[in-house]
Design a protein around this ligand. Sequence first.
Ligand SMILES: Cc1ncc(COP(=O)(O)O)c(C=O)c1O
Length: 380
Amino acid sequence: MTHGFETLAIHAGQDPEARTGAVIPPIYQTSTYAQDAVGAPRLGYEYSRSGNPTRDALQECLAALEAGQVGLAFASGLAAEDTLLRTVCGPGDHVVIPDDAYGGTYRLFAKVAERWGLAYTPAKVSDADAVRAAIRPGVTTVVWVETPTNPLLGIADIATLASVAHDAGALLVVDNTFASPYLQQPITLGADVVVHSTTKYVGGHSDVVGGALVAADAELGERLRYHQNAMGAINGPFDAWLTLRGIKTLGVRMDRHCDNAERIAAYLDGHAKVGQVLYPGLPTHPGHEVAAKQMRRFGGMISFRAAGGEEHAVETCNRARLFVLAESLGGVESLIEHPGRMTHASAAGSPLEVPSDLVRLSVGIETVEDLLADLEQALG
Ligand SMILES: Cc1ncc(COP(=O)(O)O)c(C=O)c1O
C-alpha cells in the first residue's frame, strides 16, 4: 500500500467486517473455532493461540506501520523479546546489547538468556566502533539496539549499525518503543527486526500491556510466527483490540507529545535546579544530528539530572502532582519517575546502572503550561 502513515494506522488490517459491516474489527473473544469437516478449518482459524482475527488485524496494521513483511503481537514487550531471542539464537551464540537499555531487557539477557548459554556484551550503541569491537566474528548472531535509549536518550545510527551487523553476518534488532513507527521506521534504514513494548506509545493510553515484533523479511517473519504459536506468549483478543484502538491516533498523539516535550526540554535546559538535560531534540545533545537524520521528530521522553543530587531527584518525583509518579511511559498522561530506584533498579551494580540523580519524564499531551507549572513547583 502506498498510503500515508495516518491512513494506514486507521485502515491497515481493518476493513469493515464482511458479515455485518462493523466498521471496527470485532473482539473475537473465542478460544476455538467450529470446523466444517475434519482438517477443514474455516478461513484457517482453528485455535486462538495459533490465530485470532482481532490479533490478525493488529498484526497486519503493525507490519504496515513499520514497513515490514510480518507483524506479530505478544502478551508484553518482554514476551516478544524472549520469542525473538529463542527463534534466532541458540546456546553458544553471542549478542551485543546496549550499555544503556530498559532494565527489564538487560535482566532478560543477564539473568535468563545467559543461563541458557547465550553470551552478551554491553556496548555503547551511539558509537559504531564500540559495537564493531564488541562483535565476536562467527559467534555474534544479533546486534540489539534501542534508539532513543531508555533512560539516557542515547541515539544509535540505525543505517550504520545495520551495515556493521550485516558485515559480521548478524541481524540488527531495533527496539523502537521510544520513537514509535510514526517518528522512526528502522526497517527502512536496514534493521531486520523491530521490537515494541506496545504498552507504551503504540497503545498510548496506559490501559494495556503488550509487545510486538515486525520482521523485514517474510522468511524470518514466518519463523517468528511459528515460534509465536509454539511458545504461546500471545496477547488476548481484548488486549489486541485496545492496542489497535490506540494505534488509530498514534500520529496525532506523537505530534502533541513532541510539541510538549520540546517546550519542556527548552524550559529545563539552563534551569538553576537542573543539571544536564537529555533530549535528542536539543542541538547540544550528542546524538542530535543522527536523530534529525533518522527520526521525523524527537519524541516525548526527556531525562534530566537534578542539580541537588539523588535526594533532590527523589523529592522532585515525590512533589510532582500533574506528572503522575509511576513506571511506564508513552500514555496521554504525563509520568515522572526515578529510574535508579524504579524502572532500572534491576540494573543496579551492572554496567547498565543509571545515575542516581536522574529523573525521567514521559511528557503527555496535557496543556503544556500546566505541565511547566507542575515541574516548577516539583523542582522546589
Ligand atoms: C524500551 C523498552 N523495551 C521493552 C520494554 C518491555 O516491555 P513490557 O513492559 O511491555 O514487557 C520496555 C518497558 O518499559 C521498554 O521501555
